[in-house]
Design a protein around this ligand. Structure first.
Ligand code: NAP
Ligand code: GDD
Length: 407
């Protein structure tokens, strides 16, 4: 039975990887930060009471900025595999917290590698480093491969660049089985709420349910190679089972502008957008409604009088784009309403415009291919967020206040 240590276990990838390794029969240890509120939502279903015997899912307090804590834990756990997923992972936020990002994301990786060396675990412990397509930044080649030169464009990417090379260096200097997965963007219903895909699916669900009026975004032109996190955590494991430690690009090979992701997400709720204007003046306007799809997605019933749509039994005070005003009276549909606007506050000081990866090496040497398409990803995220947001709707209908989310 193998033992794994996952740093960043409370994050999107940590949660999926935990499930994956537990199914494979691993004992999974996880590093979690102390926080003043519970931060284990994504892994609560895996939690085992500390009083139980023979636990295979064990959490430890720790932090990537605390060397002694990491050394002690690795000594106690003696892991066969370490998955270093912990990071301040938000690119935009890294411009606000560059020093902390360098410490946690860059030096944090060094601390783990050095712990393996100090504890004499070079031959026992394999380590996976969560490297990123952000390393390519201003891309020097399209698509990007393991050989494409890096040109990082944010404090996050620069910190991850240090982590990438220190992983390579410890592999070459000390013979540690240390591999980088250069993962392109991967998303899921568990994606953090302030990354663009999740921000979009949450807002599309809320707008369809009448809980929010508009979605404000930054650069709609940015293109990303988006895959599903479930496919990517499987590959993390495969990377550590390979014959040799190496670095691997993991991507779908398709790239999509943010604007198109928005269109696809709203369409899943039966709301079709058209785009008008350019730059900061670009807007997404409700162009038409697929009534059947809308009703299936939201559980709401629409009445149609001529070209007028109304939500049957709509509560007074709701803000559905399908309604022209408040109250239960029939209303003119707000086809033509602006649902998406650009807010320059979401622009980054330096942007990564285009990412598209070539994962041929992973396919040929490890037999990895993504199973979930972008369309499948959008459906998964929208179904999940519609379900989640319906809870808000019930609360509002029950007279409770719910939060607005404008991050
Ligand atoms: P995520 O959801 O933001 O999770 C990050 C995890 O790191 C969380 O568990 C977080 O804990 C933890 N963490 C942050 N700072 C820490 C610190 N100082 N000490 C200990 N733990 C800390 O990120 P993700 O999407 O799962 O990504 C996992 C890793 O892959 C990250 O390293 C990310 O940079 C990298 N990556 C992600 C993608 C992607 O598209 N998702 C692509 C390439 C690379 P809290 O829950 O307490 O915040
Ligand atoms: N977050 C966010 N919010 N991004 C927006 C918005 C917005 O309102 N509007 C447009 N964007 C654009 C960003 O400018 C960027 O070009 C793109 O959408 C994707 O942004 P994020 O979803 O925040 O992800 P990211 O690509 O910057 O970084 C993610 O992927 C990396 C792999 O390439 C993170 O998961 C990183 O940790 C990861 O390394």
């Amino acid at each position: 039975m193998k033992t794994a240590l996952i740093t960043g276990i409370t994050g999107q990838d940590g949660a999926y990887l935990s499930e994956f390794l537990l199914k494979k029969g691993y004992i999974v240890h996880g590093l979690k930060r102390r926080s003043s509120l519970f931060n284990t939502d994504r892994i609560d279903h895996l939690y085992q009471d500390p009083h139980e015997s023979n636990r295979n899912f064990i959490l430890h307090y720790g932090d990537m900025t605390d060397s002694t804590n990491l050394i002690r834990l690795i000594q106690e756990i003696q892991p066969d595999e370490i998955y270093n997923l912990a990071a301040m992972s938000h690119v935009h936020v890294s411009f606000e917290t560059p020093e902390y990002t360098a410490n946690a994301d860059g030096l944090g990786t060094l601390r783990l590698l050095e712990a393996i060396r100090l504890l004499g675990l070079e031959k026992k412990t394999r380590i996976y480093q969560a490297s990123t397509s952000e390393l390519y930044g201003t891309v020097q080649e399209v698509p990007q491969t393991e050989k494409t030169p890096f040109y990082p464009r944010s404090p996050y990417a620069v910190a991850k660049m240090y982590a990438f090379w220190i992983t390579v260096n410890y592999r070459e200097a000390y013979g540690i089985f240390a591999s980088n997965g250069i993962l392109f963007n991967h998303e899921s219903p568990l994606r953090g709420e302030t990354f663009v895909t999740r921000k979009i699916t949450r807002a599309a669900a809320r707008i369809a349910l009448g809980l929010q009026d508009k979605l404000y975004l930054g650069n709609l032109d940015a293109q990303r190679d988006w895959g599903h996190a479930k496919d990517y955590v499987r590959m993390m494991w495969m990377i550590l089972q390979a014959e040799e430690a190496e670095d691997w690009v993991i991507a779908t090979g398709k790239t999509t502008p943010v604007r198109d992701f928005v269109r696809m997400a709203f369409a899943e709720a039966g709301l079709y957008l058209r785009w008008e204007g350019t730059g900061v003046n670009e807007v997404g306007i409700l162009d038409s409604i697929d009534i059947k799809k809308f009703e299936q997605a939201t559980g709401l019933k629409l009445t149609v009088q001529g070209s007028t749509f109304n939500v049957q039994g709509a509560e007074s005070g709701t803000h559905s784009p399908l309604q022209g005003g408040r109250g239960g009276e029939p209303r003119t549909p707000n086809i033509g309403t602006t649902l998406v606007k650009v807010d320059p506050k979401y622009f980054r000081p330096t942007e990564v415009d285009l990412l598209i990866g070539d994962a041929t090496k992973a396919k040929e040497k490890l037999g990895w291919e993504p199973k979930i398409t972008l369309e499948g990803l959008v459906i998964d995220m929208m179904q999940s967020d519609l379900k989640l947001m319906k809870k808000d709707q019930y609360l509002r209908e029950g007279g409770y206040k719910t939060l607005n989310y404008f991050k």
